[in-house]
Design a protein around this ligand. Structure first.
Ligand code: SF4
Ligand code: SF4
Length: 200
């Protein structure tokens, strides 16, 4: 049975009651975060900005297969593959990703693309500061997404490790660039024509 409404004295209002919420809040622990000066650490598997990974010698893992683009529910990825040549080799196998773009105006950071990638070329970092006032700036290019060079790596394009093949790379037999490896002239590496770009 519902409680009957309490009777109040006509014309009486408690002047302190209105401040009860204020007083309670004054003694609570502050939730304000001093962002961006103090940044909160994300969970280890937080889905942030993507990264295109390299093999230990610096060659790229992406083979330009477009599976990530097909898996994306937001149509946020644009990939254009091309053939490697002996004069200009970006990945150990036959193909590489010549053009790679992710449109962060569309991406919902769901991670389906990284699940679809057969070579673990595509993973996600913990970086979350992706906001921008320009839609064009939210389209990240291959150059922005490609992982930096670590010790023992030489930037692509360059020759495959002597005596190794693509399978050896995936077996983990190549652990660094071969001595004397030099970067080849990068003639075809670059942005795709604007009219073919991912929609902003
Ligand atoms: S995280 Fe999701 S929405 Fe973003 S590019 Fe990958 S599949 Fe598309
Ligand atoms: S990132 Fe992975 S799935 Fe996407 S094109 Fe490259 S190899 Fe294929």
């Amino acid at each position: 049975m519902a409680d009957e409404p309490k009777e109040t004295k006509p014309g009486f209002q408690n002047p302190v009651a209105g401040f009860s919420v204020t007083f309670k809040a004054m003694f609570k622990k502050r939730l304000t975060e001093q962002y961006p000066e103090q940044q909160k650490t994300t969970a280890p598997r937080f889905h942030g900005r993507h990264q295109l990974n390299r093999h230990p010698d610096g060659l790229e893992k992406c083979v330009g297969c477009e599976l990530c683009a097909w898996a994306c529910p937001a149509d946020a990825i644009y990939v254009e593959g091309a053939d490697n040549t002996d004069e200009e080799r970006y990945s150990p196998g036959e193909r590489y990703g010549r053009v790679y773009q992710i449109n962060y105006a569309r991406c919902i950071l769901c991670g389906l693309c990284i699940e679809a990638c057969p070579t673990r070329a595509l993973t996600m970092t913990n970086e979350f500061e992706l906001a921008d006032s320009s839609r064009a700036n939210l389209i990240y290019t291959k150059e922005q997404l490609l992982a930096g060079l670590e010790e023992g790596m030489v930037d692509s394009p360059h020759a495959i490790y002597p005596g190794m093949d693509e399978q050896d790379y995936y077996r983990g037999l190549v652990t660094e660039a071969a001595p004397g490896t030099e970067r080849q002239a990068a003639g075809s590496k670059g942005e795709k024509p604007e009219e073919e770009g991912a929609d902003a």
